[in-house]
Design a protein around this ligand. Sequence first.
Ligand SMILES: Nc1nc2c(ncn2[C@@H]2O[C@H](COP(=O)(O)OP(=O)(O)OP(=O)(O)O)[C@@H](O)[C@H]2O)c(=O)[nH]1
Ligand SMILES: [Mg+2]
Length: 385
Amino acid sequence: MRVKRFFGRDSSAALQEVKLAFGKNAVVLETVQRDDVPPERRVEIVAAIDYDPGLKIERKSEKISTDIVSSRRAAALSVTSPEPDSAGNLQATDYERLQRELHSVKGMMGRLLVGSGLSEGWSHSGFADLLNQLLARKVSSEIAYDLLTQTQLELSDTAALKKRPETFIKELLKAALAGVIMRQVKVLKRSEMARVITLVGPTGVGKTTTLAKLAAAFAGAGERVSLISVDTYRLGAAAQTLEYGRRLKMPVEIVKDRKELLAALNGFAGFDRVLIDTMGRSIRDRKGLAELCRVLKVVVGETFLVLPAGIQEEDLLENLVHFRPFGGTSLLFTKLDETSCYGSILNGLRYAQMPLSFFTNGQKVPDDIEIASAERLADLLLDII
Ligand SMILES: Nc1nc2c(ncn2[C@@H]2O[C@H](COP(=O)(O)OP(=O)(O)OP(=O)(O)O)[C@@H](O)[C@H]2O)c(=O)[nH]1
Ligand SMILES: [Mg+2]
């Protein structure tokens, strides 16, 4: 059994760390909340993997309070703590059940927050509007709550504020929230990107199309660009990359194993930029994922995890867990044009602790791509501009 401590700003953030490190079979042993530590370490979770159900562990009793913060924490605890069986032993948790419970608790939390007059200090209706907007855009309720708490802390003189006109206060709250969101968004600067960039991600999310857009953008900036397609199936994926290479007048190598990949990388040593396309792998295809991961181990450079902006939170979490072995260095969100629920972008950033790199917003190559920015994400979530 491996036991490790995880930290986070709140229980949700610490829990994501647990899930990302230990995966679906992690068992939460203890959760502690402290106020005498930096904010990002306020919640500490002790979790175990390969947990021995025969081992008796005393469960801390939690006082369920009507206070929203306490009930949130208690709710999170009840979701993450395993239930004792009839013999009093703790059983390993079932991932799917937890996901379902987490989902229903989150929904309940959202309703609770909206219906209860909100947290202490959130007395202005502008907070409720913003909370509703964040939840409607599918920002996770814990993250939404956390963002609004920080927003409230930023507004020093709320009493004076109440004397101002309603619309002024709403705009001010929105601007303060936008500031809070923007400070949390890290972006991988184009000038700091590694020479070799690999795109990985689930099937059909737009990796090959995005690779072509990126190739065109880098070439447009005067770089010599070459392409590699890792196609261990020897099926369709390579043909698409070859066609883009032909249209963009860039050399393409199709490789099927580590040896061929290494040879292709050496062959492209003189290029300013090497972009590696991989075929999509479903997270259910564990063998295929592991195989692709092994092949890519020889690559030194950037790895962009490509995900569609409209991805559901549960799927987002599962993908982050299963693609973690690939060592992603940034998140790239596609198909912004196909959703209005941009909350996954923010959720993904928080859960994965990776910077953003690009957004794509349409099928057109090379036009439908943009450099991700904190301002753009805040606008997508809050309609600022
Ligand atoms: N609406 C929209 N469609 C996109 C975007 N990016 C890619 N697509 C479309 O998504 C579909 C799949 O794109 P691909 O680039 O083949 O996806 P992939 O991830 O390489 O797929 P696999 O290699 O099979 O895993 C195509 O129809 C693309 O035109 C986007 O930003 N918006
Ligand atoms: Mg592809």
